[in-house]
Design a protein around this ligand. Sequence first.
Ligand code: ATP
Length: 683
Amino acid sequence: MPFVVSTESRKEECEEDSTSAYDIWLASRATSGSKELLIPGAKRPITIRNAQLVYLMIQNNAFGLLKSLYNSHPNRTILMLAAQLARSLFPAFRGYSQALIIDEIQLQFASEAFTWPRLLRLSGSELVRRYLESLLDSYAAHNEGIVMDSAKFSVEYQQLQQRVQLDCSTFADPLTRDLLHESDLFARSFNGSGFGSLSPMDFLQIFSLLVEITSHLFLILSVTRSYTHIYVLLLSLCSTFIPLVLPQSILTHNSIDSQFTAREAHAADRRERMRNMAFSDIYRPEVQLFGLQKWILSNWATSWWTVHESEVAHQSQLSLTTGIITLSDLFRIIQNVPFLLLLQGSSATLGSLSLYRSSIHSVIYNFRNLVTTIGMAFQSVFLMAAWCASTELKPKLQPEHQDKVRYKSVSGGIGIQARELSYTYPGSSEPALKNVNFTLGAGETLAIVGYNGSGKSTLAKILLRIVDFDKGELIVNGHDLRRYDPSEYHQHLSAVLQGFSKFNSTLRENVGVGSVDNMASKDILETAVSLAQADGIVQTLPHGLQTILQSPAFEPVSYAESVSTTSSVGRYGLSGGEWQRIAIARAFMRAYDPRVDMLVFDEPTSSLDAKAQKEIFDTIRRLSRSPDGTRRRTVVFITHQLSIARRADQIAMMENGTISDFGPHDQLLARNGPYAALYKQTI
Ligand SMILES: Nc1ncnc2c1ncn2[C@@H]1O[C@H](COP(=O)(O)OP(=O)(O)OP(=O)(O)O)[C@@H](O)[C@H]1O
């Protein structure tokens, strides 16, 4: 049974001390002598400060994470550790057993007392040992596969769980985006598809390398019965540490990422964007239409060379490092000293010499591996910190528990009071909304009109609680909108957004996602489709509701076995107006849901012909009333069609991020303000 970590256990994992994984992650991105942070994904230099951060991370968070992974399969994990321990002892046993055989052969040649039975016994036990070794190996691999699959599932599940829970406002924060980027790197390396990063499960490798080194050292000690050999051997291993103790100025060049300047990072980003433009189907029509081929190629080439030059500069610095590292070869000569010492000992047998030689080689080889592995693990710890911190991210729009109020419907729909609402998009210098004030009674219809970029869609997103506001107050049904749980509030809304989603899925799913609970209901689905006047589309498609719609934004993953099924069903593209009807049908999936108190439409009919537009707005009007004509839903719609806007109870005219005129059509015309001016321009 795959393991899923609960929110509580995640808290336990990541919150065991005051130094949070987020603090550690952020501190590791600091650069010395500059306020800039390392670009996401950049390798952290090995410094004392970073080593302290690694220590803190391991102390405060890593064990919690490993514990949660252990909880998925406690017995199998213990078995895995035990098997790993046994496997790491195999090489030492192998060396010992082979030494015994060599000694026995030597004895055969050296003395007349020829003991075939003992040689055969030794060879037989060596064969049995090898057979058992391979049996244990295959079982251990099988067991490890189960534990690892479960851990991979768990990490990917948590990653997905966290992604779907986070709201747009959380994603808009640049630091959060960096955090999620590094968290993804962790998850990918965990799943074995990371580049250059170590899987955290390879911490296990550190453990087995340590065991293997210790077992070989023990053998060396037993052969020589003297610590002198061990000391000389340890001295010869100093070469392995040289890269770690090189001056920091040289070491920091070991990472191409970390040496990117802002210009080079920009070039790397531009190179990727150009590549994306060349490969993506979404851009292909414009690439052809506007003849962008040369432009893409030349931009890509310029960026490529900028990045390349930076890498070449890095390589030359690296060769300096390599030069220094070759000095370390001198240390390797010392590795022969213990061997000479042993040769001097008259009692040394051929077997013990062979055992001694192979053990020294193993210690050196494993020691190098250990140093490399620890170096890689050093980087993984920071990615792990990002992952751990990302699991703690709370959707920005989620109110604190003590502030939360339950949403309560009022008769007629949703009543709204906006006071001095202001909002600036992250990274933007100009506010998208400035001091917006209006009051809308429950059940009223509001049309928002105005020039491009005047803030209409932003206001709609704030009303829908997709985006937060910076200043002001928004009272909905008597309470501050910020005090509602967004997921609860969303149950009382239905909407068509300006940039609605075109899912690369069946028509049924494209419409049904408007109310997942009712997706299986043919009646509700067909009613929604018919209200949006999309039944004509369904009839023309070869597989009706089951036809897979081709979304331009989607690049299908080709699985060998799925190619035949997918191609036999086929994918069908729709026109802009047809997609718009699908989006309207999606919103109408909640048409008869009694919980829905407000309908918001952001230019829902911009691609429809005049007749269809009028019919859709008639439908919206009908849906906002009870069968007896009483108002039951508030409607907010954005339109550039003033002939449609004039039918609304209230019209909000937006200019430069604020409402410059507000009221019913006739009053606004009589007032002769900005709305009247716009109206006169358009008729
Ligand atoms: N994601 C974003 N990041 C930064 N600025 C944004 C973002 N989205 C919109 N803006 C800016 O906010 C302002 C208001 O945009 P908004 O989309 O609300 O205008 P609008 O009135 O709906 O325009 P249109 O009629 O063209 O749909 C514009 O200046 C726009 O450039």
